[in-house]
Design a protein around this ligand. Structure first.
Ligand SMILES: Cc1cc2nc3c(=O)[nH]c(=O)nc-3n(C[C@H](O)[C@H](O)[C@H](O)COP(=O)(O)OP(=O)(O)OC[C@H]3O[C@@H](n4cnc5c(N)ncnc54)[C@H](O)[C@@H]3O)c2cc1C
Length: 327
């Protein structure tokens, strides 16, 4: 049977949540096209995760247990994937939508003659073909598209587009591969990696809930209120560009066209007008709540629940209510 590959995004020896979501997406697609799901782990520690990847639907796990997978930039991953594709019957590849992985997907596609759809928010089977949903023009238009040319499709999918759902499968069969890198792949080396986190809060790209603040906060102190709300919900904190440009919150938390694209289960926007460039980064959130004192603010056109009011009246009451319900 052909295989649908899922490139596992991992950190500190564990698969990231997005990878388990991708395995769930892959199961549906594999069932529709008559393929098996095979995970691909590039870097050390893959075999230790055969259980969890199997429980989430991978029947096979290709691992390249080498520091080189991360030691050099992009090409080692491309060459490892190319080797797997050249030696197996591959029906497609699913990866996350992180910038690095999209770089890998694009270069790989050229080498193996595949078609790529980036930033898909859903994959469905229609008449035996895989149809992807993808937003274009900064989220203004939603398209249904499929790869019509090339040997097979590659889809990159953002975090939280699919839930994590265990399949109940046993450990994936581990297949180790060895990759001898070309000279070109060893030309640029990663010498150190510094992860800038949001402290104890979850990364906004993976968080189930994101609380976000904009110019309406008035100053950087307003973000203490956002953080307080976030901490009552176990959420990450994001910001509009107006807020990050004003220096009220670091740029790495900016959400939108020129910031991060996120898709949490719940997005709570306070003092954000909802400009199209901001919406491009958050409108695939499953539930959107906004607090804005202007009833005509564009954000209200995409909310599930909108509160017209001063955020400094509304948000403290929200924090109080959540705290009292949590006991
Ligand atoms: C090429 C380009 C790329 C861009 N990329 C991004 C991007 O990635 N992300 C992004 O966010 N923007 C981006 N922008 C900027 C974008 O166009 C908007 O200017 C920006 O999103 C506005 O941020 P804001 O909603 O915080 O501020 P504003 O638009 O000024 O809105 C503030 C809102 O707060 C409300 N408000 C004020 N006081 C209160 C209060 N006390 N209580 C409740 N509500 C209150 C107001 O009614 C208003 O609706 C980009 C622009 C361009 C041209």
């Amino acid at each position: 049977m052909s295989e649908l590959l899922v490139l596992i995004d991992h950190s500190e020896g564990k698969p990231r949540k997005v990878s388990l979501q991708l395995l769930n997406a892959a199961r549906t697609v594999a069932e529709g096209i008559g393929a098996d799901v095979a995970a691909v782990w590039l870097g050390t520690g893959g075999a230790d995760n055969a259980d969890v990847l199997g429980a989430n639907g991978a029947t096979k796990l290709y691992t390249w247990d080498s520091e080189d997978a991360h030691g050099y930039v992009t090409l080692p991953q491309v060459e490892a994937l190319q080797q797997i594709i050249d030696n197996n019957d591959v029906a497609g590849l699913i990866t996350s939508s992180s910038n690095h992985v999209k770089d890998v997907a694009a270069r790989l596609a050229i080498r193996v003659d595949a078609g790529v759809i980036t930033d898909a928010t859903n994959l469905e089977i229609e008449d035996g073909k895989v149809v992807a949903t993808k937003e274009v023009f900064g989220g203004d238009t939603i398209t249904q598209c499929r790869v019509a040319e090339g040997k097979f499709p590659i889809w990159t999918i953002g975090a939280n587009a699919f839930p994590v759902e265990e399949s109940g499968g046993g450990a994936a069969e581990v297949v180790s591969i060895d990759v001898s890198l070309s000279e070109a792949a060893q030309k640029s080396k990663v010498t150190s990696v510094e992860i800038q986190s949001g402290g104890d809060r979850p990364d906004i790209g993976e968080a189930a809930i994101v609380v976000s603040g904009g110019r309406g906060l008035g100053d950087e102190e307003g973000f203490r209120l956002m953080e307080e709300l976030a901490d009552t919900l176990g959420a990450g904190v994001g910001a509009s560009r107006a807020a990050t440009d004003a220096g009220w919150y670091p740029h790495r938390f900016q959400i939108g066209q020129t910031g991060r694209t996120i898709s949490p289960s719940l997005y709570i926007a306070s003092g954000i007008s909802g400009a199209i460039q901001h919406r491009a980064g958050m409108q695939t959130a499953q539930h959107i709540v906004a607090v804005n004192k202007d009833a005509e603010a564009p954000i209200f056109s995409i909310v599930d629940f909108g509160i017209v009011g001063d955020l400094y009246d509304v948000v403290p009451k929200l924090v109080e209510e959540i705290k009292s319900r949590k006991g």
